[in-house]
Design a protein around this ligand. Sequence first.
Ligand code: 5GP
Length: 212
Amino acid sequence: MEHAIQQGPGKIVIISSPSGGGKTTICRALLRPERLESGWRFSVSYTTRPPRTGELNGREYYFVTDREFDALTARGFFAEHFQVHKFKYGTPRGPLDEIRQDGGVMVLDVDVNGAKALKQEFPDAITIFILPPSIEALRERLNSRGTETSEQLAVRFDNAIREMNSFRDFGFDYVVVNRDLSIAVEEVESVIIAHHCRIEHFPPEQLKEILS
Ligand code: 5GP
């Protein structure tokens, strides 16, 4: 049986990690088909980064030009936007507003600055930082993807070390070490469920229903 997280006001779950930390795999595992059916969604960001092999416009990202991105920014389309590893990335505001109004769970995969900005706007969002088990594991994961040039890899590696040294300053609520994927996914799920069960998130109308 699925947990009743989709009940009540929509939830925002922000997952962040250094490049190679495994957040994309964790997000995919979280959003299994039953979850999608019960109102869980992935927030598809906009980016000026060119698509990698296998990436689809509208699935991993909406791939746009620099000019298109700037035009969207100018009309307040993004809830937050930052430059990450030399490209621009932004979270569209519309789907976040929809989920908050209609209920469900929105999972976001953003960098540490994006996580901080979103948490400021949506204080009841859950922010989770994913750490790799070691620098060596991170280096191996980054190299084995084979999706970046050696120059891009060096930028990502430097940024990863910086983020890992400073993630505490970004006010994350939870940290999960991705040593074993299935355990990491379980920990992220437990965090989301525990957060949902916090007393301040218990809708008074549910108590009325229980007592009627
Ligand atoms: P990648 O190019 O590997 O897909 O993503 C690079 C970084 O950009 C990752 O840390 C990812 O979490 C972050 N990112 C993806 N979408 C967004 C977004 O909409 N906003 C922000 N701030 N970061 C994003």
